[in-house]
Design a protein around this ligand. Structure first.
Ligand SMILES: Nc1ncnc2c1ncn2[C@@H]1O[C@H](COP(=O)(O)OP(=O)(O)OP(=O)(O)O)[C@@H](O)[C@H]1O
Ligand SMILES: [Mg+2]
Length: 220
């Protein structure tokens, strides 16, 4: 369902060019769960940002369900992402002035989904937060914030979930509980998952693990 073709990406830092990908090819099947590991700075977050269309490659193309990003303008990419992709960020990225329920409802508003409130409450219940729906992010613990972020990534039933070290900031026990929930919801909905992690235990939950090194994804 995801195809990455001859992808090239570099950043310009002053007069220096930081090459991340020179010719990356990769594909992910529907409902496949893929873990991506690799050293800090190897380009894992860059890859997720490219797949989500948040940043553009210098060359090459990405196709999601045969739809190419190449000829889309910025607003088309944003709409496409809003309807098809759920993103779980490492640092939660919750909107600080919205409570848990309102944060979860955000993508549903953008996508015009029916009954967003009921769906958001149902998801918050499924991640064990029915007693925290009116709490602001500042009134939630780290694990609770991450569970809100997972509920938010799933509300519009995206085809693809991109998760960037979703348990990276959590203690071991909470991290396991949050991952259990993420995998349970993903399996239930047949969602494709690309998960960046530094943890071998978390990677082992996925069918395939790749290591990103020198701009290439090598199967482990
Ligand atoms: N906007 C930018 N401008 C210039 N260089 C950048 C930019 N964003 C990232 N980089 C550089 O690109 C490289 C890859 O960054 P990226 O964030 O993708 O790494 P990562 O594999 O996610 O690392 P980590 O495990 O630490 O999160 C790094 O060396 C980083 O310094
Ligand atoms: Mg990163």
């Amino acid at each position: 369902m995801l195809q990455i073709k001859s992808l090239k990406k570099s950043y310009t830092q002053g007069s220096q060019e930081v090459k991340i990908f020179e010719d990356l090819n990769f594909h992910v099947k529907k409902a496949q769960r893929v873990a991506i590991m690799g050293k800090s700075g190897s380009g894992k977050s860059t890859l997720l940002s490219l797949i989500s269309g948040i940043i553009k490659p210098n060359a090459g193309d990405i196709l999601l369900d045969e739809v190419s990003y190449k000829n889309m303008n910025e607003s088309e990419v944003n709409d496409f992402r809003a309807s098809n992709i759920g993103f779980v960020f490492q640092n939660f990225h919750l909107v600080s002035y919205l409570n848990a329920l309102e944060n979860v409802m955000l993508p549903a508003k953008v996508c015009n989904i029916s009954n967003p409130k009921e769906k958001a409450i149902e998801l918050l219940k499924s991640v064990g937060l029915e007693h925290r729906i009116e709490h602001l992010p500042s009134q939630l613990s780290g694990g609770e914030k991450q569970r809100v972020a997972i509920a938010r990534a799933l509300i519009h039933n995206p085809k693809l979930i991109l998760a960037d070290e979703p348990s990276g900031n959590l203690d071991e026990e909470t991290g396991i509980a949050v991952m259990d929930k993420l995998f349970e919801l993903i399996k239930k909905n047949n969602t494709t998952l690309i998960l960046v992690t530094h943890s071998k235990e978390v990677a082992a939950r996925c069918e395939d693990t790749y290591e990103l090194s020198l701009g290439k994804l090598n199967k482990c």
